[in-house]
Write a protein that binds this ligand. Structure first.
Ligand code: PMT
Length: 411
Protein backbone atom coordinates (compact mmCIF):
# COMPACT_ATOMS: atom_id res chain seq x y z
CA UNK A 1 0.00 0.00 0.00
CA UNK A 2 1.24 3.47 -0.87
CA UNK A 3 0.53 6.56 1.20
CA UNK A 4 0.35 9.72 -0.89
CA UNK A 5 0.87 12.71 1.40
CA UNK A 6 -0.23 16.04 -0.03
CA UNK A 7 0.90 19.27 1.62
CA UNK A 8 -0.70 22.68 1.20
CA UNK A 9 0.76 24.16 -1.97
CA UNK A 10 -0.74 25.17 -5.28
CA UNK A 11 0.94 22.14 -6.89
CA UNK A 12 -1.50 19.93 -4.94
CA UNK A 13 -3.61 19.74 -8.10
CA UNK A 14 -0.75 17.94 -9.88
CA UNK A 15 -0.86 15.24 -7.19
CA UNK A 16 -4.25 14.20 -8.66
CA UNK A 17 -2.44 13.11 -11.81
CA UNK A 18 0.22 11.34 -9.75
CA UNK A 19 -2.54 9.51 -7.86
CA UNK A 20 -4.10 8.40 -11.15
CA UNK A 21 -0.75 7.09 -12.37
CA UNK A 22 -0.47 4.97 -9.24
CA UNK A 23 -4.03 3.65 -9.27
CA UNK A 24 -4.05 2.95 -13.01
CA UNK A 25 -0.91 0.85 -12.51
CA UNK A 26 -2.74 -1.20 -9.87
CA UNK A 27 -1.35 0.35 -6.68
CA UNK A 28 -3.57 0.68 -3.62
CA UNK A 29 -3.14 4.31 -2.52
CA UNK A 30 -4.30 6.07 0.66
CA UNK A 31 -4.20 9.84 0.31
CA UNK A 32 -3.32 11.85 3.40
CA UNK A 33 -3.65 15.56 2.72
CA UNK A 34 -2.76 18.20 5.28
CA UNK A 35 -5.60 20.54 6.32
CA UNK A 36 -4.05 23.28 4.14
CA UNK A 37 -3.87 20.93 1.14
CA UNK A 38 -7.65 20.65 1.31
CA UNK A 39 -7.88 24.39 0.63
CA UNK A 40 -6.42 23.65 -2.81
CA UNK A 41 -8.03 20.27 -3.62
CA UNK A 42 -10.97 18.95 -1.57
CA UNK A 43 -11.35 15.58 0.16
CA UNK A 44 -14.03 14.32 -2.28
CA UNK A 45 -11.53 14.53 -5.15
CA UNK A 46 -8.94 12.47 -3.28
CA UNK A 47 -11.57 9.98 -2.08
CA UNK A 48 -13.04 9.54 -5.57
CA UNK A 49 -9.64 9.12 -7.24
CA UNK A 50 -8.22 6.75 -4.60
CA UNK A 51 -11.41 4.85 -3.75
CA UNK A 52 -10.74 5.30 -0.03
CA UNK A 53 -12.00 7.73 2.61
CA UNK A 54 -9.68 10.65 3.30
CA UNK A 55 -8.75 12.14 6.66
CA UNK A 56 -6.35 14.87 7.70
CA UNK A 57 -6.43 14.59 11.50
CA UNK A 58 -5.82 11.83 13.98
CA UNK A 59 -9.34 12.06 15.45
CA UNK A 60 -11.23 10.18 12.74
CA UNK A 61 -11.66 6.38 13.01
CA UNK A 62 -9.70 6.52 16.28
CA UNK A 63 -10.45 2.86 17.04
CA UNK A 64 -8.23 1.97 14.06
CA UNK A 65 -5.37 4.14 15.38
CA UNK A 66 -4.81 5.57 11.86
CA UNK A 67 -1.76 7.70 12.74
CA UNK A 68 0.16 4.53 13.54
CA UNK A 69 -1.53 2.03 11.23
CA UNK A 70 -0.97 3.95 8.01
CA UNK A 71 2.75 4.41 8.59
CA UNK A 72 3.21 0.83 9.78
CA UNK A 73 1.49 -0.78 6.84
CA UNK A 74 2.74 1.43 4.00
CA UNK A 75 5.26 0.05 1.48
CA UNK A 76 6.12 3.58 0.41
CA UNK A 77 5.19 7.11 1.46
CA UNK A 78 5.32 9.75 -1.27
CA UNK A 79 4.82 13.39 -0.30
CA UNK A 80 3.96 15.54 -3.31
CA UNK A 81 4.01 18.44 -3.10
CA UNK A 82 6.21 18.71 -0.01
CA UNK A 83 6.06 22.33 1.16
CA UNK A 84 8.72 24.14 3.22
CA UNK A 85 6.45 23.78 6.25
CA UNK A 86 5.92 20.04 5.75
CA UNK A 87 9.68 19.45 5.32
CA UNK A 88 10.32 21.42 8.53
CA UNK A 89 7.74 19.42 10.45
CA UNK A 90 9.06 16.12 9.12
CA UNK A 91 12.68 17.05 9.89
CA UNK A 92 11.86 18.02 13.47
CA UNK A 93 9.63 15.01 14.13
CA UNK A 94 6.36 16.86 14.67
CA UNK A 95 3.14 14.86 14.77
CA UNK A 96 0.58 17.63 14.56
CA UNK A 97 -1.58 16.19 11.79
CA UNK A 98 -2.19 12.76 10.27
CA UNK A 99 0.48 13.16 7.57
CA UNK A 100 3.21 14.25 10.02
CA UNK A 101 2.26 11.39 12.37
CA UNK A 102 2.33 8.92 9.47
CA UNK A 103 5.81 10.11 8.51
CA UNK A 104 6.94 9.52 12.08
CA UNK A 105 5.60 5.98 12.20
CA UNK A 106 6.61 4.97 8.66
CA UNK A 107 9.17 2.16 8.48
CA UNK A 108 9.22 2.09 4.71
CA UNK A 109 11.01 4.30 2.14
CA UNK A 110 9.84 7.92 2.07
CA UNK A 111 10.06 10.06 -1.07
CA UNK A 112 9.56 13.82 -0.91
CA UNK A 113 8.86 15.92 -4.02
CA UNK A 114 9.25 19.52 -2.82
CA UNK A 115 7.50 22.48 -4.42
CA UNK A 116 7.69 26.06 -3.18
CA UNK A 117 8.95 29.48 -4.16
CA UNK A 118 12.66 29.70 -4.97
CA UNK A 119 13.41 31.87 -1.93
CA UNK A 120 11.81 29.33 0.40
CA UNK A 121 13.65 26.42 -1.24
CA UNK A 122 17.01 28.20 -1.08
CA UNK A 123 16.59 29.40 2.51
CA UNK A 124 19.20 27.81 4.79
CA UNK A 125 16.42 26.56 7.09
CA UNK A 126 14.81 24.55 4.27
CA UNK A 127 18.17 23.32 3.00
CA UNK A 128 19.08 22.17 6.52
CA UNK A 129 15.76 20.32 6.81
CA UNK A 130 16.32 18.64 3.45
CA UNK A 131 19.84 17.63 4.53
CA UNK A 132 18.45 16.18 7.77
CA UNK A 133 15.81 14.14 5.95
CA UNK A 134 18.36 12.90 3.41
CA UNK A 135 20.79 11.96 6.18
CA UNK A 136 18.04 9.75 7.60
CA UNK A 137 17.65 7.98 4.29
CA UNK A 138 14.64 9.78 2.82
CA UNK A 139 14.76 10.48 -0.91
CA UNK A 140 14.23 14.21 -1.40
CA UNK A 141 14.00 15.15 -5.06
CA UNK A 142 15.31 18.55 -6.08
CA UNK A 143 12.46 20.66 -7.42
CA UNK A 144 12.40 21.47 -11.12
CA UNK A 145 13.22 24.96 -12.36
CA UNK A 146 10.68 26.95 -14.34
CA UNK A 147 7.52 28.99 -14.06
CA UNK A 148 6.17 29.25 -10.49
CA UNK A 149 2.91 30.70 -9.23
CA UNK A 150 2.35 34.25 -10.44
CA UNK A 151 5.08 35.87 -12.52
CA UNK A 152 8.00 34.24 -10.71
CA UNK A 153 10.24 31.57 -12.14
CA UNK A 154 13.21 29.60 -10.82
CA UNK A 155 13.88 26.36 -8.92
CA UNK A 156 10.79 25.32 -6.95
CA UNK A 157 8.40 23.68 -9.38
CA UNK A 158 6.99 20.28 -8.58
CA UNK A 159 8.67 17.75 -10.92
CA UNK A 160 6.26 16.33 -13.51
CA UNK A 161 3.90 13.68 -12.04
CA UNK A 162 5.19 11.05 -14.50
CA UNK A 163 8.71 11.64 -13.23
CA UNK A 164 7.70 11.45 -9.56
CA UNK A 165 5.88 8.23 -10.43
CA UNK A 166 8.99 6.83 -12.13
CA UNK A 167 11.15 7.80 -9.14
CA UNK A 168 8.65 6.18 -6.76
CA UNK A 169 8.68 2.94 -8.77
CA UNK A 170 12.47 2.87 -8.74
CA UNK A 171 12.52 3.38 -4.97
CA UNK A 172 9.85 0.69 -4.42
CA UNK A 173 11.59 -1.73 -6.74
CA UNK A 174 14.87 -1.30 -4.95
CA UNK A 175 13.33 -1.70 -1.50
CA UNK A 176 11.48 -4.84 -2.62
CA UNK A 177 14.62 -6.35 -4.12
CA UNK A 178 16.56 -5.58 -0.96
CA UNK A 179 13.99 -7.56 0.99
CA UNK A 180 14.07 -10.41 -1.58
CA UNK A 181 17.80 -10.70 -1.03
CA UNK A 182 17.33 -10.77 2.73
CA UNK A 183 19.15 -7.47 3.17
CA UNK A 184 17.47 -4.44 4.64
CA UNK A 185 17.11 -1.93 1.82
CA UNK A 186 15.74 0.66 4.18
CA UNK A 187 16.59 1.68 7.69
CA UNK A 188 14.47 1.78 10.84
CA UNK A 189 14.34 5.58 10.54
CA UNK A 190 11.98 5.01 7.62
CA UNK A 191 14.51 5.60 4.89
CA UNK A 192 16.37 3.74 2.21
CA UNK A 193 19.95 2.78 2.78
CA UNK A 194 21.12 5.42 0.29
CA UNK A 195 24.56 4.25 -0.74
CA UNK A 196 25.07 7.20 -3.11
CA UNK A 197 23.98 9.91 -0.67
CA UNK A 198 26.49 12.77 -0.70
CA UNK A 199 27.92 11.61 -4.03
CA UNK A 200 27.83 13.59 -7.26
CA UNK A 201 27.51 11.46 -10.37
CA UNK A 202 27.53 12.36 -14.05
CA UNK A 203 25.56 10.34 -16.58
CA UNK A 204 25.58 10.90 -20.35
CA UNK A 205 22.61 9.79 -22.43
CA UNK A 206 21.25 9.87 -25.96
CA UNK A 207 23.13 10.13 -29.21
CA UNK A 208 25.24 12.97 -30.56
CA UNK A 209 24.48 14.53 -33.97
CA UNK A 210 27.28 15.88 -36.10
CA UNK A 211 25.96 18.47 -38.55
CA UNK A 212 26.74 18.38 -42.26
CA UNK A 213 24.71 21.50 -42.94
CA UNK A 214 21.74 23.26 -41.27
CA UNK A 215 19.45 20.39 -42.38
CA UNK A 216 21.44 17.14 -42.19
CA UNK A 217 23.53 15.38 -39.59
CA UNK A 218 25.37 12.11 -38.88
CA UNK A 219 23.66 10.49 -35.92
CA UNK A 220 22.58 7.22 -34.34
CA UNK A 221 19.53 5.48 -32.92
CA UNK A 222 19.98 6.13 -29.19
CA UNK A 223 16.74 7.26 -27.54
CA UNK A 224 18.30 8.09 -24.17
CA UNK A 225 16.15 5.53 -22.32
CA UNK A 226 19.08 3.59 -20.88
CA UNK A 227 20.93 6.73 -19.78
CA UNK A 228 17.80 8.19 -18.19
CA UNK A 229 17.24 4.92 -16.31
CA UNK A 230 20.83 5.12 -15.01
CA UNK A 231 20.23 8.71 -13.89
CA UNK A 232 16.94 7.83 -12.17
CA UNK A 233 18.46 4.86 -10.37
CA UNK A 234 21.24 7.11 -9.01
CA UNK A 235 18.67 9.66 -7.81
CA UNK A 236 16.75 6.93 -6.00
CA UNK A 237 19.99 5.96 -4.22
CA UNK A 238 20.51 9.51 -3.00
CA UNK A 239 23.04 10.87 -5.53
CA UNK A 240 23.21 14.38 -6.90
CA UNK A 241 22.95 13.72 -10.63
CA UNK A 242 24.15 15.74 -13.61
CA UNK A 243 22.62 14.28 -16.75
CA UNK A 244 24.25 15.32 -20.02
CA UNK A 245 21.60 14.57 -22.63
CA UNK A 246 22.25 14.57 -26.37
CA UNK A 247 19.12 14.94 -28.50
CA UNK A 248 16.81 13.12 -26.09
CA UNK A 249 13.06 13.67 -26.16
CA UNK A 250 12.22 12.26 -22.76
CA UNK A 251 10.99 14.19 -19.72
CA UNK A 252 13.72 15.28 -17.30
CA UNK A 253 14.18 12.78 -14.45
CA UNK A 254 12.89 14.46 -11.30
CA UNK A 255 15.73 15.93 -9.30
CA UNK A 256 18.47 15.69 -11.97
CA UNK A 257 20.41 18.66 -13.32
CA UNK A 258 19.97 18.19 -17.06
CA UNK A 259 22.48 19.73 -19.48
CA UNK A 260 21.36 19.55 -23.10
CA UNK A 261 23.94 19.09 -25.85
CA UNK A 262 23.86 18.23 -29.55
CA UNK A 263 27.35 17.30 -30.75
CA UNK A 264 30.23 15.22 -29.40
CA UNK A 265 32.24 18.42 -28.85
CA UNK A 266 29.43 19.93 -26.74
CA UNK A 267 29.08 16.68 -24.83
CA UNK A 268 32.81 16.62 -24.11
CA UNK A 269 32.71 20.15 -22.66
CA UNK A 270 29.64 19.45 -20.52
CA UNK A 271 30.85 16.08 -19.24
CA UNK A 272 34.32 17.37 -18.41
CA UNK A 273 32.96 20.39 -16.56
CA UNK A 274 30.61 18.25 -14.45
CA UNK A 275 33.22 15.49 -13.98
CA UNK A 276 35.53 17.90 -12.13
CA UNK A 277 33.40 17.43 -9.00
CA UNK A 278 32.03 13.94 -9.69
CA UNK A 279 32.57 10.72 -7.76
CA UNK A 280 31.51 8.67 -10.78
CA UNK A 281 30.90 9.19 -14.48
CA UNK A 282 28.80 6.78 -16.52
CA UNK A 283 29.02 7.30 -20.28
CA UNK A 284 25.85 5.72 -21.63
CA UNK A 285 25.61 8.10 -24.59
CA UNK A 286 26.27 6.91 -28.11
CA UNK A 287 28.93 9.40 -29.12
CA UNK A 288 29.88 9.77 -32.79
CA UNK A 289 33.45 8.67 -33.36
CA UNK A 290 33.73 10.94 -36.41
CA UNK A 291 32.27 14.23 -37.57
CA UNK A 292 32.21 15.91 -40.98
CA UNK A 293 35.46 17.80 -41.56
CA UNK A 294 33.45 20.86 -42.50
CA UNK A 295 29.91 22.03 -41.78
CA UNK A 296 28.27 23.97 -44.56
CA UNK A 297 26.55 27.17 -43.41
CA UNK A 298 23.88 26.63 -46.08
CA UNK A 299 22.07 23.53 -47.30
CA UNK A 300 24.37 21.43 -49.50
CA UNK A 301 23.01 21.46 -53.06
CA UNK A 302 22.84 18.59 -55.54
CA UNK A 303 25.57 19.36 -58.08
CA UNK A 304 26.22 17.10 -61.04
CA UNK A 305 25.15 13.46 -61.05
CA UNK A 306 27.71 11.99 -58.61
CA UNK A 307 27.47 12.70 -54.90
CA UNK A 308 30.43 14.46 -53.28
CA UNK A 309 32.29 12.23 -50.77
CA UNK A 310 32.03 13.40 -47.16
CA UNK A 311 35.39 13.93 -45.48
CA UNK A 312 35.37 12.98 -41.79
CA UNK A 313 37.64 13.81 -38.86
CA UNK A 314 37.93 11.96 -35.56
CA UNK A 315 36.06 13.20 -32.49
CA UNK A 316 37.78 13.18 -29.10
CA UNK A 317 37.12 10.02 -27.10
CA UNK A 318 35.47 11.47 -24.00
CA UNK A 319 35.52 8.21 -22.04
CA UNK A 320 39.17 7.43 -22.77
CA UNK A 321 40.19 10.99 -21.88
CA UNK A 322 38.34 10.84 -18.56
CA UNK A 323 39.77 7.45 -17.69
CA UNK A 324 43.23 8.78 -18.46
CA UNK A 325 42.96 12.20 -16.77
CA UNK A 326 40.87 11.18 -13.71
CA UNK A 327 39.81 14.77 -12.95
CA UNK A 328 39.03 13.73 -9.36
CA UNK A 329 41.01 11.21 -7.29
CA UNK A 330 39.11 7.98 -6.71
CA UNK A 331 36.59 8.77 -9.42
CA UNK A 332 34.94 5.68 -10.92
CA UNK A 333 34.71 5.85 -14.71
CA UNK A 334 32.19 3.63 -16.48
CA UNK A 335 31.63 3.15 -20.19
CA UNK A 336 29.17 1.26 -22.31
CA UNK A 337 30.00 -0.84 -25.35
CA UNK A 338 27.40 -1.27 -28.05
CA UNK A 339 28.37 -4.38 -30.01
CA UNK A 340 26.74 -6.29 -32.85
CA UNK A 341 29.14 -9.25 -33.10
CA UNK A 342 31.79 -11.03 -31.02
CA UNK A 343 30.18 -9.11 -28.21
CA UNK A 344 32.32 -10.14 -25.24
CA UNK A 345 35.63 -10.27 -27.11
CA UNK A 346 35.05 -6.81 -28.56
CA UNK A 347 33.91 -5.59 -25.14
CA UNK A 348 37.09 -6.84 -23.47
CA UNK A 349 39.26 -5.17 -26.12
CA UNK A 350 37.30 -1.92 -25.70
CA UNK A 351 37.70 -1.99 -21.92
CA UNK A 352 41.45 -2.26 -22.29
CA UNK A 353 41.59 0.43 -25.00
CA UNK A 354 39.50 2.95 -23.04
CA UNK A 355 41.01 2.34 -19.59
CA UNK A 356 37.65 2.57 -17.79
CA UNK A 357 36.99 0.88 -14.44
CA UNK A 358 33.85 -0.81 -15.74
CA UNK A 359 32.41 -1.44 -19.18
CA UNK A 360 28.76 -2.35 -19.67
CA UNK A 361 28.75 -4.52 -22.77
CA UNK A 362 25.40 -4.79 -24.53
CA UNK A 363 24.40 -6.28 -27.84
CA UNK A 364 22.61 -3.88 -30.17
CA UNK A 365 20.69 -4.49 -33.35
CA UNK A 366 17.14 -4.69 -34.64
CA UNK A 367 14.89 -4.52 -31.54
CA UNK A 368 17.91 -4.76 -29.23
CA UNK A 369 19.50 -2.05 -27.10
CA UNK A 370 18.39 1.08 -28.94
CA UNK A 371 14.99 2.48 -28.00
CA UNK A 372 13.78 -0.64 -26.19
CA UNK A 373 12.38 -0.85 -22.64
CA UNK A 374 14.60 -3.84 -21.77
CA UNK A 375 18.28 -4.57 -22.01
CA UNK A 376 20.79 -7.29 -21.10
CA UNK A 377 24.49 -6.75 -20.52
CA UNK A 378 27.73 -8.04 -19.07
CA UNK A 379 29.55 -5.74 -16.65
CA UNK A 380 33.25 -6.16 -17.26
CA UNK A 381 35.56 -4.85 -14.56
CA UNK A 382 39.14 -3.68 -15.07
CA UNK A 383 39.89 -6.09 -12.20
CA UNK A 384 38.89 -9.03 -14.47
CA UNK A 385 35.39 -9.44 -13.03
CA UNK A 386 32.40 -10.20 -15.27
CA UNK A 387 28.79 -9.94 -14.06
CA UNK A 388 25.95 -11.00 -16.36
CA UNK A 389 22.74 -9.01 -16.06
CA UNK A 390 20.00 -10.99 -17.83
CA UNK A 391 17.33 -9.38 -19.99
CA UNK A 392 15.16 -7.14 -17.82
CA UNK A 393 14.12 -3.52 -17.60
CA UNK A 394 16.70 -0.82 -18.28
CA UNK A 395 16.07 0.27 -14.66
CA UNK A 396 17.20 -3.17 -13.45
CA UNK A 397 20.43 -2.90 -15.44
CA UNK A 398 20.90 0.64 -14.12
CA UNK A 399 20.67 -0.59 -10.54
CA UNK A 400 23.17 -3.38 -11.22
CA UNK A 401 25.58 -0.76 -12.59
CA UNK A 402 25.27 1.36 -9.44
CA UNK A 403 25.81 -1.76 -7.28
CA UNK A 404 29.10 -2.26 -9.11
CA UNK A 405 30.03 1.45 -8.92
CA UNK A 406 29.13 1.76 -5.22
CA UNK A 407 31.41 -1.18 -4.44
CA UNK A 408 34.31 0.66 -6.16
CA UNK A 409 33.84 4.10 -4.61
CA UNK A 410 36.38 5.08 -1.96
CA UNK A 411 34.76 5.06 1.53
O1 PMT B 1 19.53 5.24 -25.55
P1 PMT B 1 18.86 3.88 -25.76
O2 PMT B 1 17.92 3.88 -26.92
O3 PMT B 1 18.23 3.39 -24.48
O4 PMT B 1 20.01 2.86 -26.15
C1 PMT B 1 21.00 2.52 -25.21
C2 PMT B 1 22.37 2.28 -25.88
C3 PMT B 1 22.30 1.10 -26.81
C4 PMT B 1 22.79 3.56 -26.64
C5 PMT B 1 23.38 2.04 -24.70
O5 PMT B 1 23.00 0.89 -24.01
C6 PMT B 1 24.80 1.90 -25.21
O6 PMT B 1 25.23 0.85 -25.64
N1 PMT B 1 25.59 3.01 -25.15
C7 PMT B 1 26.93 3.12 -25.72
C8 PMT B 1 26.86 3.43 -27.17
C9 PMT B 1 28.23 3.60 -27.81
O7 PMT B 1 28.52 4.63 -28.34
O8 PMT B 1 29.03 2.60 -27.70
P2 PMT B 1 30.55 2.56 -28.30
O9 PMT B 1 30.92 1.14 -28.15
O10 PMT B 1 30.58 3.18 -29.63
O11 PMT B 1 31.36 3.48 -27.31
C10 PMT B 1 32.01 2.96 -26.16
C11 PMT B 1 32.02 3.99 -25.04
O12 PMT B 1 32.84 5.10 -25.40
C12 PMT B 1 30.67 4.55 -24.67
O13 PMT B 1 30.62 4.66 -23.26
C13 PMT B 1 30.66 5.93 -25.32
O14 PMT B 1 29.87 6.85 -24.57
C14 PMT B 1 32.13 6.30 -25.26
N2 PMT B 1 32.57 7.20 -26.34
C15 PMT B 1 32.52 6.80 -27.65
C16 PMT B 1 33.01 7.62 -28.64
C17 PMT B 1 33.55 8.88 -28.28
N3 PMT B 1 34.01 9.71 -29.19
N4 PMT B 1 33.58 9.26 -26.99
C18 PMT B 1 33.11 8.43 -26.02
O15 PMT B 1 33.15 8.79 -24.84
Amino acid sequence: MIVLGVAGGIAAYKACELLRLFTESGYDVRVVPTPSALRFVGAPTWAALSGHPVHTDVWSDVHEVPHVRLGQSADLVVVAPATADLLARAATGRADDLLAATLLTARCPVLYAPAMHTEMWEHPATQANVATLRSRGAVVLDPAAGRLTGADSGPGRLPEPAEIFAAARTVLDRATRGLDHGSRAFSLAGGLALDLAGRHVVVSAGGTREPLDPVRFLGNRSSGRQGYAVARAALARGAEVTLVAANVELPDPAGAKVVRVRTAAEMRDAVREAAATADAVVMVAAVADFRPATTSATKIKKTGSDPEPIALVRNPDILAELAHDRPRPGQVVVGFAAETDDVLANGRAKLAAKGADLLVVNEVGEGRGFGTADNAATLLGADGSAVDVPLGSKERLADAIWDAVAARLPR
